[in-house]
Design a protein. Structure first.
Ligand SMILES: NC(=O)c1ccc[n+]([C@@H]2O[C@H](COP(=O)([O-])OP(=O)(O)OC[C@H]3O[C@@H](n4cnc5c(N)ncnc54)[C@H](O)[C@@H]3O)[C@@H](O)[C@H]2O)c1
Length: 324
């Protein structure tokens, strides 16, 4: 019997384990597409039955050329780089890495909080510079304990649910704002459900964003919301740039409205070289690297590849499919 051969494109490559898994499938003919320019995607993508997608924008103009395309497997969970209306209208399935993409981002949030709360590189530098004894004379008023601090987790999905356990491990108080999650489920995990975002912002020490970028969440935290926060409050955003208004954030940090921010994501990536946040000493930055651990990158690539395999083998778990 003749085999059905499917052409699979790996857009923007991924960890070799997932590539090997796809290549080992007898029904697949696999290519890696590294040129993410629109021109190249328009030219290359029409031949594929399925693609994996890391970076690269699949807008309607690119997608309408892809007459063979049946499935897009995101290497990750955010899908703001895909035109979901087009997918829905044309019956193209969108898959995400449901299992592998939350532990490292939740740890990255803790890394940022601890880094900001515990003297950042200052202490390390003092020891290296021979200033060991100077530390005892420092007026320490911007290093803090996490014990008893109030964190507000905005978005209580995969990442939010991993994060709450870590916060409770540090004896923090956890408030949760997610209108789509039941109070019962938040309470069960040790959090307190918040209905009014604005009043919660007034009482918290740490705000951490773990929501998708949508028309509702764009600029969700802007001047009005930041102005409500305490002077020593910090904001962490590992979800998507655009959820926090960068100009308003930079302005608030410069005017001492809040004290610090940790940002893994930016409105434009990479951020423009003249983006004032890059020069702001009150911001801890990372290059969209919340998933950049050995385990997470291997697992994400394996899960992405397995999603494509399960789709064509008709064994896909429903939870991997984005409801469009
Ligand atoms: N920096 C990184 O490398 C990285 C890694 C993983 C995920 N992310 C981003 O983080 C986001 C969250 O990831 P996840 O896996 O937890 O997603 P998820 O879909 O499991 O959870 C998102 C949660 O946000 C909630 N939500 C949606 N709109 C909201 C609103 N207006 N107000 C409050 N809550 C709202 C949803 O109800 C859901 O519970 C992703 O969409 C992705 O963009 C970034």
């Amino acid at each position: 019997m003749e085999l059905d051969i499917y052409k699979i494109g790996i857009i923007d490559t991924m960890n070799s384990k997932g590539i090997e898994l796809l290549k080992s499938h007898k029904n697949f003919n696999v290519d890696i597409i590294t040129d993410l320019s629109k021109e190249n995607l328009l030219k290359e993508l029409p031949k594929y039955d399925g693609v994996t997608l890391r970076r690269g924008k699949l807008d309607s103009e690119v997608l309408k050329n892809c007459k063979n395309l049946k499935v897009i497997a995101r290497h990750g969970v955010g899908y703001d780089n895909v035109d979901t209306n087009y997918l829905k209208a044309n019956n193209i399935t969108l898959l995400v890495t449901h299992n592998s993409t939350s532990t490292s981002p939740a740890e990255h949030i803790m890394f940022m909080i601890l880094n900001i709360y515990k003297g950042r590189e200052m202490f390390d530098k003092m020891v290296r510079d021979g200033s060991f004894h100077k530390a005892i004379h420092l007026q320490i008023d911007d290093n803090f304990e996490l014990f008893d601090k109030k964190i507000l987790i905005v978005g209580f999905g995969r990442i939010g649910k991993k994060l709450i356990k870590k916060c409770l491990g540090f004896d923090m108080k956890v408030l949760v704002y997610d209108p789509y999650v039941d109070e019962k489920n938040i309470k069960l995990l040790g959090g307190e459900k918040i209905v009014n975002l604005e009043s919660a912002l007034k009482e918290i020490d740490i705000l951490s964003m773990s929501v998708p970028l949508t028309e509702k969440t764009r600029n969700m935290i802007s001047h009005k919301e930041i102005s409500l926060m305490k002077k020593n409050a910090i904001i962490i955003n590992i979800s998507r740039g655009g959820i926090i208004n960068e100009n308003d954030l930079n302005d608030a940090l410069n005017k001492n409205v809040i004290s610090f921010a940790g940002l893994d994501v930016f409105e434009t990536e990479p951020p423009e070289i003249n983006n004032p946040l890059l020069k702001n000493k009150r911001v801890l930055l990372s290059p969209h690297a919340a998933t950049f651990t050995k385990e997470c990158l291997e697992n994400m690539s394996l899960e992405t590849a397995q999603n494509i395999i399960d789709f064509f083998d008709k064994k896909l778990e429903k939870i991997k499919i984005v409801k469009l």
